[in-house]
Design a protein around this ligand. Sequence first.
Ligand code: 2U9
Length: 371
Amino acid sequence: MADIEQMGAEARARIGAAGDLAALEALRVEFLGKQGSVSALLKTLGGMTPEERQAQGPQIHALREAVQDALAARKDALESAALEAQLAAETLDLSLPAPHAPAGSVHPVSQVMDELAEIFADLGFAVATGPEIEDDWYNFTALNMPESHPARAMHDTFYFPQAAPKGGRMLLRTHPSPVQVRTMLEQGAPLRIIAPGRVYRSDSDATHTPMFHQVEGLVIDRDVHLGHLKWTLETFFKAYFERDDIVLRLRPSYFPFTEPSIEFDVGYSRETDRRVVGGNGDDPGHAWMELGGSGMVNARVIEFAGLDPAEWQGFAFGLGIDRLAMLKYGMNDLRAFFDGDVRWLRHYGFSAFDQPTLSGGVGAAGVGARA
Ligand code: 2U9
């Protein structure tokens, strides 16, 4: 009996002195492991007479509990000491100056895409996305540009050798329009969406890059007319350029996927070296710059999208996002958008905290609130 006491005292002492969790685990195995000394003692119970078990059983079980409790207590103590040490090591002296702000910033194209989404969300438009590698049925045929249509050639398309499921070949989308076709087929009408994203044209030169960004908008409903298109464009540009003196000029044009088709210009004045959007382009010191195209969706396109043009109609428009960014934030070289030059990104980039909100007046706290 005495040596059970002795074993208990010695076990508690050694457990109390365990310096770390590994040493503690070794003691647990030594005492309570399969070959452990306390486990061995417990096994002797089986070979005892009922009187002996009666006499020694409680003590041996008490020893096991005492060892288990001592192990658990020491484990807690070691773990909280380790946590304390870690917390002490991690203390942040908030009086110290903030570490250098992370160099990253929001690219102007991303900022403008967020601004577009914010403005059009307020007009009831959802943002639609779709594949950049497209099937030429969605990129061309469904947009009233059949195989032989000359407009196809004008799109300077990157084709893949692979055949497309609906005939024709796979390609890199040349405009966001296939996204609207897919959305109409999937969601039907009524519909109000904008489709911002990357588009690809193989006609790159000094002012054109093989990949650039466009946004197209589409409204399909029962009684939509050109007035809705004009109001939507004017409302968008006033919010985007954060000016009320935006003047649009609509000119007749032609696109296979809209009838009638309209190109729209915005009035601007030339101050110092940059163009400042606003004012009537016919006024002195002002001029017009083309910003994009639009029109009432061609009935054939509505049919391709599985809708009945006798019941449903709509308008669509297209804009260059890189161009919109250059106009609002004063860049004059499209290629710099893609060079990844940190000086350019630091100068034109936006702080990630400057999320464009309508209540915050869309654009990041006005021009110049750069990163
Ligand atoms: C569907 C039906 C009609 C989208 C449109 C334009 C006119 C247009 C250019 C403007 C500037 C591209 O970046 S840009 O050069 N886009 O002029 N886009 S109407 O019409 C559609 C789209 C989808 C189903």
